[in-house]
Design a binder for this molecule. Structure first.
Ligand code: DLL
Length: 434
């Protein structure tokens, strides 16, 4: 249990890892300069030549790239190889503007699969496991990504995809699923459906682990999932531009291991573009070191996190990022105060009388922004007296104010009234935008 998939790489001394990263970065800048008119132009505008990149720290001389660059070069203008090298596309459905297209060579798919094989092994999964993949299959990267990773480690894959929840629960029992991969919000929903069917995930299934990601979630939600179902809930991170789901925490659940031979990460101050100190919060920037159809140079993903270069007790030498707080563009600004939905979630999930489903509704009343938090009660609180409920909503409002420094109107609603999601949950409704 808890072995390494690729021990030589995963435990490589840090100096050797940095040397490898430097070498790969040098080849990458020459490669993109030779293969892409987009990058040639970007380098020219920034006044940088491939030969200026001599050591790893020279990465800061390179220009940033942004999601808007992908949109402006839609569909494949940032690719570095012609279509006949591309074995697969995935498409990320942007909520605004054009979707973004990502493409893979066979080698790129292998790199992605290797990354997940290391990650799944690090949470103790292997040949004996039955892994139910309940992320969406198709254009979204979640389903196929996890599918290939799980097969690579020799596990048995149950490719249910998202949806048809009752059937998923039956299959989970009949085929002895030991690990499930889906969004945390879908798993919460699945647990509710199981209860309605009279099935206890803890007692009536063999489930021991969940690989949960694709959306922000909090440590408090992790605790709730683990306590109510008896499984271990692991965080998995990735984005379609980087390939798809790629990295997880190890069994110690203390930060997500980023494979440094494959990706070079920086955390920057989004305002100045300068790297922040280790341990400080900032925006994640990624450079791909072994990805060829669609490589990225200093891509501003927009996710907010903290980089941790301390060695992990598991023996892996690669850096970790702490739980993603949210995206720079998820942050809601209410009366000048920055609020991340994940902060609201952390407060709510600490209150035992509150259920797992919530929505944040922001609106404008006259010149003022107003924020309301609509949250479900648990079945047992729902049956309580009105007076108790009023005092509960006051408590929630007080705790939110303590953390966010903002007054929110709290609306307690009946269990089951907030829409459930099978993919990424939509927690924020911003009516100011319409
Ligand atoms: O969501 C890839 C993925 C699939 C990751 C399955 C994990 C599991 P996109 O659709 O491109 O790709 O969305 C990427 O989702 O920039 C984050 O804002 C958010 N995200 C992904 N994982 C996490 C996580 C996939 N563990 C965007 N915690 C990213 C918080 C996450 N946010």
């Amino acid at each position: 249990m808890f072995e390494y998939w690729n021990p030589r790489i995963e435990r490589m001394p840090v100096d050797d890892l940095h040397e490898l990263q430097g070498k790969r970065l040098r080849s990458l800048v020459h490669y993109v300069h030779n293969h892409s008119s987009f990058y040639r132009q970007r380098f020219r505008e920034a006044g940088v030549e491939p030969d200026d990149i001599k050591k790893l720290s020279d990465v800061t001389k390179l220009p940033f790239t942004f999601k808007i660059d992908l949109r402006n070069t839609y569909p494949t203008g940032m690719f570095c190889l012609p279509e006949n090298w591309v074995v697969r596309y995935h498409v990320s459905s942007g909520t605004t503007g054009k979707p973004t297209i990502v493409g893979y060579t066979q080698g790129d798919i292998d790199m992605w699969t290797e990354s997940l094989a290391r990650a799944l092994t690090s949470v103790g999964l292997g040949r004996e496991d039955v892994i139910q993949v309940s992320y969406g299959y198709g254009l979204f990267t979640g389903g196929l990504g996890l599918h290939y990773g799980a097969e690579r480690i020799g596990a048995t894959v149950l490719p249910t995809g998202a949806g048809n929840t009752e059937r998923q629960i039956e299959l989970m029992q009949d085929l002895g699923t030991t690990a499930i991969a889906c969004t945390p919000s879908y798993f919460l929903h699945m647990n509710e459906v199981a209860q309605k069917m009279g099935v206890s995930i803890r007692d009536d299934t063999k489930l021991k682990a969940g690989i949960f990601g694709a959306e922000p979630w909090s440590d408090e939600t992790r605790k709730r999932i683990e306590e109510s179902t008896g499984i271990k809930a692991y965080d998995i991170y990735g984005t379609s531009e980087m390939s798809g789901p790629l990295f997880t925490e190890c069994h110690l659940q203390n930060g997500i291991h980023i494979w440094a031979d494959l990706f070079l990460l920086e955390v920057i101050d989004p305002k100045t573009g300068e790297q922040v100190e280790d341990g400080e919060r900032g925006e994640l920037v990624v450079t791909t070191l072994n990805k060829w159809a669609f490589p990225l140079i200093r891509y501003r993903i927009g996710d907010i996190t903290i980089l941790n270069n301390e060695p992990c007790e598991c023996g892996r030498t690669h850096p970790r990022i702490m739980r993603i707080l949210g995206r720079t563009d998820d942050m809601i600004v209410v009366r000048g105060i920055n609020v991340f939905p994940s902060q609201v979630e952390s407060v709510l999930m600490r209150i035992p009388e509150i259920g797992e489903h919530y929505q944040i509704i922001v609106d404008r009343k006259g010149p003022l922004d107003v924020m309301a938090v609509k949250v479900e009660m648990t079945e047992s609180t729902f049956s309580d007296k009105i007076a108790d409920l009023m005092s509960l909503s006051k408590t929630v409002a007080r705790l939110l104010k303590g953390v966010l420094n903002i007054t929110a109107e709290v609306e307690l609603v009946e269990p089951g009234t907030i829409p459930r999601s099978m993919g990424k949950a939509q927690h924020v409704i911003d009516r100011r935008k319409v």
